[in-house]
Design a protein around this ligand. Structure first.
Ligand code: FES
Length: 101
């Protein structure tokens, strides 16, 4: 189910935003490869990933510096640890996220 997450102007390139949709707190990132969405909770201790440091397609959690690839949610030093991710698409003026119905 595609749901509007934000206007394109709300998330500048290299930026991120916390979005709450369907009672889910999500992090939407705008990278040079496009928009990506994942849960906003770091699996280590719940840090807010949207408030982390984004470099390329890697976000570093602001609490204890675990780094995740925002394209697939994988922890960079252990691909077996993942944050749930959700597909994004761009419409004329917004980014939409595909959430489970
Ligand atoms: S809560 Fe994210 S690294 Fe600890």
């Amino acid at each position: 189910m595609w749901i509007r997450a934000a206007g394109l102007a709300e998330i500048p390139a290299g930026g991120s935003k916390i979005i709450v949709l369907k009672r889910m707190e999500l992090a939407v990132f705008h990278t040079e490869e496009g928009y990506f969405c994942m849960d906003n909770f770091c699996p280590h201790a719940g840090g807010p990933l949207a408030e982390g440091y984004l470099q390329g397609c890697v976000v570093t959690c602001p609490w204890h510096n675990w780094s995740f690839d925002v394209r697939n949610g994988s922890l960079c030093h252990n691909a077996g640890v993942k944050v749930p991710v959700y597909a994004c698409r761009v419409t004329e003026d917004a980014v939409e996220v595909d959430l489970p119905g």
